[in-house]
Design a protein around this ligand. Structure first.
Ligand SMILES: [Fe+2]
Ligand SMILES: [Fe+2]
Length: 256
């Protein structure tokens, strides 16, 4: 059964208010849809980090790493409530049917450490690193102080979520066997493909969806998609190459 995500009460409890916001009805509807989408994404992220914890335990990673990830679950749940608060402050209803949610892969074919590495590479080094760049743009665009405060708080936490992956990569990758590194490089191909598919808006497509709405901290979808490619090419790929992963080749294969 597909569940409902109902954060109406939790959203109102944040007491976020936008009394001085003057925007057109069209922008208001777009803003509500955008922040409701973010609300779902945050909720999904909480679920992802929650599923990561038993994997970290199985891999015998230090207790402070496990505890950090448990904190991240709480942070993502709070982000969901904050986004719900913005939806409600905009006059929308912070309730939506949840999409079918895939589990974090267990990677039964890999050792526990390799399984964790695959997942944190995809989650933290790719998704969360891109999220940090997008949020920073969103923060600069956000005009109303309450929205800027929400984006700033979320951004602060997402930096930590991205760092988790880079710290684990630094701690674990130098110690893994060459064959494991090769398999991790292969795993980057579907991971990059998913990342690009999620964020990329081809130039030749007419832009029907999101355009920049500074009053709600939303970047133009095409600008955002260019930023994502820059972050992948200039930050993520060199970062992973530095730890001996064939990230450049993986990206080329993913985007062929
Ligand atoms: Fe988040
Ligand atoms: Fe996050």
């Amino acid at each position: 059964m597909i569940g409902m995500l109902d954060l109406r009460e939790a959203g109102r409890a944040t007491a976020i208010a936008l009394p001085d916001l003057v925007i057109t009805d069209v922008d208001r509807e777009a803003a509500i849809a955008e922040w409701r989408g973010r609300m779902v994404n945050e909720h999904v992220s909480a679920r992802v980090f929650a599923q990561l914890i038993p994997q970290l335990m199985r891999a015998g990673l230090p207790a402070d790493v496990q505890a950090n990830v448990a904190d991240m679950v709480a942070q993502e749940l709070r982000h969901g409530r904050l986004c719900a608060g913005v939806v409600e402050a905009l006059g929308g209803a912070a309730v939506i049917a949840l999409p079918e949610l895939a589990d974090v892969p267990a990677h039964g074919d890999a050792t526990p450490v390799e399984a964790v590495l695959r997942n944190v590479l995809a989650i933290s080094c790719l998704e969360e690193t891109v999220a940090v760049a997008l949020l920073e743009t969103g923060r600069q665009l956000s005009e109303p102080a309450p929205i800027r405060a929400v984006v700033t708080e979320i951004l602060r936490d997402e930096i930590g979520h991205a760092k988790l992956g880079w710290q684990l990569a630094r701690a674990l990758l130098p110690g893994v066997e060459r064959r494991t590194r090769e398999r991790l490089s292969e795993y980057l191909v579907p991971a990059f493909r998913q990342l690009v598919e999620r964020h990329w808006v081809p130039d030749e497509l007419p832009l029907v969806g999101r355009r920049a709405v500074p009053a709600i901290g939303v970047d133009d979808a095409r600008e955002a998609s260019r930023l994502v490619l820059d972050v992948i090419g200039q930050v993520i790929v060199p970062g992973l190459e530095a730890y001996g992963l064939e990230a450049r080749d993986a990206l080329a294969e993913a985007t062929m």
